[in-house]
Design a binder for this molecule. Structure first.
Ligand SMILES: [Ca+2]
Ligand SMILES: [Ca+2]
Ligand SMILES: [Ca+2]
Length: 174
């Protein structure tokens, strides 16, 4: 395994490290985030997030065996996949954490979201600072999603540190 964005994200999503992302592992992210921020599991934003994650999973799992291998993930991932699916799934997790629904998260909410979504705590403050460009103590939904997209597609992004990739980004993905 290298430190490419795809490897780092795959390793994060393959919670038990058995080499495949199962449907249950992927959907459990939603429940972890909801629990971490104290969101009622019956709230519509949680149901919407389950639906979004289910759609992403079905799109990733090319051979429909209920397991997404790294090869399936690597084949699937990219700019088009992000815009079509990931943006909705990751946005839905943001919405779960955005308890006052103003489209912004403060630092505490951001840390809870990132940690519960499966990222380590290292680099999370750095990522918040990088995404909070106007220093108002809040990160906008669009800035957050753009930051992740840039990391997934280019390896260089304010979000890179939050994936353990270091602040200067990564060499070209091979
Ligand atoms: Ca697994
Ligand atoms: Ca599969
Ligand atoms: Ca908010």
């Amino acid at each position: 395994m290298t430190d490419s964005p795809q490897h780092l994200i795959f390793a994060m999503l393959d919670v038990d490290g058995d080499g495949a992302i199962t449907h249950a592992e992927y959907l459990a992210r939603v429940d972890r985030v909801a629990a971490a921020v104290g969101r009622d599991a019956a709230h519509p934003v949680v149901a919407a997030s389950h639906d979004a994650h289910d759609a992403v999973f079905r799109d990733m799992d090319a051979d429909r065996d209920g397991r997404v291998t790294f090869e399936e993930y690597r084949t699937w991932v990219g700019h088009d996949a992000f815009e079509r699916f990931c943006r909705r799934a990751l946005g839905s997790l943001f919405d779960i954490a955005d308890l006052d629904a103003d489209g912004r998260l403060d630092r505490a909410g951001f840390v809870r979201l990132r940690t519960a979504a499966g990222n380590g705590e290292s680099g999370v403050d750095e990522a918040f600072d990088a995404l909070d460009a106007d220093r108002d103590g809040l990160v906008d939904r669009d800035a957050y999603l753009s930051g992740i997209r840039d990391f997934v597609t280019t390896g260089t992004s304010p979000m890179a540190a939050a994936y353990g990739a270091g602040r200067t980004g990564l060499p070209a993905v091979t």
